[in-house]
Design a protein around this ligand. Structure first.
Ligand code: C6P
Length: 434
């Protein structure tokens, strides 16, 4: 791809093996894996089995190349220059916004605000919408499976406004107790902020139903889509949510770039949360006025190359097709779940019927961190710990879990490597395997 290809119309953009795989119809993960240069590097002398996609996904050549070419051929600041290069960079940045719109099926690109990622997107809503709309006694409903990024900003805003948090409890399988959720809703509920796919449990929440119930009491709904957007088709209009947040780096894109979707009329009424260049209409020492959304929420020079890389990642993923990716990852999860259940002493944490490709577990007698270290010696990269979801660990009475999280390039061979490394860990810890 060259810089012009990056800037080219969105439809029909495909690259490398992904395009071939998409055309063939058969989903061969190994074909896609070849698009990701890092997956062919050995780690500790072993084949890299990368199963830490919940933390961040690897990047296809198309994304690496798009960022590299941006700096080689298109780099300039945006929305400011009268010169050709600045206008060109601005076009690329705005085309990336359109790609995000298409990914989420938002009604307008003006509903997409670029952020550093999910965390910043949620903080934006908390500090802008939250400070302007919440007062003492108002209620924010969260769930017991939220990432810290969807807890702490609300705690900070509650301290400032006097609003209070209400938390929906979880079942033993790691689902929301829907009755309890409905019982928490009332005339004081201003916001329901809920994770789409739990990073610690894999549970897929019924977000459209949640929105319907929340809207019935006049509350707004924010969906944390960090673990969803790369693994299933997301349609914010079908979900009906007011806000949707995600990170580019969990979607095969660069770090330091993500987006907030917010419904146009809500965004139009929100005050700025950060001040600086590019978010103003006029400035004087007496008074400043603000640009329209989304610029109002993008103070300062943004991550332009990151946005271009994110656009390339979206093209890559959509060329393959999110439904096909979801199908593949569901099959892989079912296969991994079955294999894990055959390991004595292994307990899955998160067994909801609606799950995405996340396998969280504990093994008798082996701390998750030890598991992670032993697996790493065999080139198997998983995450171990509380996954920034400490309330989930408290709910299940454990310090943490070992977590394998799948992406489109993983396959049965990766699952076999995981299971073999687990068996080895059990032998090292005194032959827990019977
Ligand atoms: N979860 C994980 O290993 P940022 O850091 O802003 O890109 O994403 C934060 C975030 C928010 N919500 C959910 C559901 C998430 O899973 C994450 C990031 C990583 O599970 C790092 S803790």
């Amino acid at each position: 791809m060259n810089a012009l290809a990056t800037a080219a119309p969105i439809r029909g953009t495909t690259c490398g093996a992904a395009a071939a795989g998409a055309a063939k119809g058969a989903f061969v993960a190994a074909d896609f894996a070849r698009d990701f240069p890092i997956l062919s590097r050995p780690v500790r002398g072993k084949r890299l089995v990368y199963l830490d996609n919940g933390a961040t996904t690897q990047k296809p050549e198309a994304v690496i190349e798009a960022e590299r070419l941006f700096y080689r051929e298109s780099n300039a600041n945006i929305h400011r220059g009268v010169h050709w290069l600045s206008q060109h960079a601005t076009d690329l940045y705005e085309q990336a916004r359109e790609r995000v719109r298409r990914l989420l099926n938002a009604a307008s690109a003006d509903e997409i605000v670029f952020t550093r990622g999910t965390t910043e997107a949620i903080n934006l809503v908390a500090y802008s919408w939250g400070r302007a709309n919440l007062k003492a006694g108002d209620e924010i409903v969260l769930t017991g499976m939220e990432h810290h990024s969807n807890i702490v900003p609300w705690q900070l805003i509650c301290e400032q406004t006097g609003a209070v948090l209400k938390v929906v409890p979880l079942t033993d399988r790691g689902e929301l107790q829907f009755d309890a959720f409905e019982a928490l809703l009332g005339p004081r509920t201003r916001l329901v902020s809920v994770v789409h796919v739990s990073n610690a449990l894999g549970t897929v929440n019924p977000v459209a139903r949640i929105v319907e119930r929340a809207h019935a009491v006049g509350a707004k709904v924010l969906v944390d889509g960090a673990q969803a957007v790369a693994h299933q088709a997301v349609d914010v209009q079908a979900i009906g949510c007011d806000f949707y947040a995600f990170s580019g780096h969990k979607l095969y894109g660069p770090t330091g770039i993500g987006a907030l979707y917010a419904r146009r009329e809500i965004l139009a009424a929100m005050p700025p949360w950060q001040g600086g260049g590019d978010m103003i209409r006029t400035v004087s020492f007496e008074r400043s006025t603000w640009a329209d959304a989304p610029q109002r929420f993008e103070a300062g020079t943004p991550n332009i190359a990151g946005a271009v890389g994110l656009g390339a990642a979206i093209d890559y993923l959509m060329a393959i097709g999110l439904d096909r990716v979801a199908g593949h990852e569901h099959r892989l999860l079912a296969h991994a779940t079955e294999a894990a259940q055959r390991i004595p002493g292994l307990r899955l944490i998160g067994t909801a019927p609606e799950k995405a490709g996340i396998l969280s577990f504990v093994v008798d007698g082996i701390h998750p961190h030890d598991l992670g270290t032993i697996l790493d010696a065999d080139g198997v990269a998983i995450r171990a710990g509380h996954h920034c979801a400490m309330p989930v660990m408290t709910r299940f009475g454990i310090p943490g879990t070992a977590r394998a999280s799948f992406a489109l390039y993983n396959d049965e061979e990766d699952v076999a490597a995981l299971m073999a490394a687990l068996a080895k860990a059990q032998q090292m810890f005194g032959g827990a395997r019977r």
